[in-house]
Design a protein around this ligand. Structure first.
Ligand code: GRF
Length: 211
């Protein structure tokens, strides 16, 4: 992880499979704040993803690389890797990307891939973080932004924020509250990365704000 200031503006890619509300939050924040980075590429595995539409509306290059069960994983990774290299990407943000990245791809972009997860990790890993926390009956859940390593929802944690679950609240209301927090937390984490303000020691992420 860079711990010396590297002033080069970061080129950000966002991987998204669905609605893309987090993608939108990062795009908007990067346009309105000086985060030393720009979203230059959006990749999806789903041609119908609303995320792709959002990217096109902001004149951001997009590509859809669907995962074809008949083609090999190596071939699929090769296509993604090539797309990332062609665009000179410094940071990959996963934002509701529904495919698992392969260990080789993760190793290739070590400490350059971050993810947002809708729970306070390490609780409620997996696809249904909001629903699982709600069904479990916890009183506090939240949002985590973390680096991606080979294990699911496991890498070093950059930011976390709690979200209270009040009595009588529905799962839908909780979902809305979680998304509201996500849309603030993810752009902040991206800003730290782009300004070279993150340093990983063991699995602890230090935030060294420069101004
Ligand atoms: C978010 O809840 C995020 O935490 C999870 O997937 C969801 C994506 O939502 N990883 P959106 O597509 O950004 O609206």
């Amino acid at each position: 992880m860079a711990d010396i200031l590297n002033n080069k503006r970061k080129r950000i890619a966002i991987f998204a499979s669905g609605n893309g509300s987090n993608l939108q939050a990062i795009i908007d924040y990067s346009k309105n704040n000086d985060i030393n980075g720009d979203v230059v590429f959006v990749l999806s595995n789903n041609a119908d993803a609303f995320a792709l539409k959002r990217a096109r509306n902001s004149n951001i290059d997009t590509e859809c690389i669907p995962y074809n069960m008949n083609s090999s994983r190596i071939e699929f990774d090769g296509k993604i890797s090539q797309a990332i290299k062609n665009k000179n990407i410094d940071l990959i943000c996963l934002a509701g990307y529904m495919l698992l990245l392969s260990p080789d791809f993760i190793d290739e972009y070590k400490n350059k891939i971050i993810n947002i997860h809708p729970s306070l990790l390490p609780s409620f890993k997996g696809l249904h973080g909001i629903r699982d926390a709600f069904d479990y009956g916890v009183k506090v859940t939240g949002v985590t932004v973390h680096f991606v390593d080979r294990e699911l929802d496991n890498g070093p944690i950059i930011l976390q924020e709690p979200v209270l679950i009040r009595e009588g609240e529905t799962a839908e209301e909780l979902e809305g509250n979680i998304h509201e927090v996500e849309h603030k937390l993810y752009p902040r984490a991206v800003g730290y990365f782009c300004r070279d303000e993150l340093k990983i020691i063991d699995r602890k992420v230090l935030i060294i704000e420069r101004s």
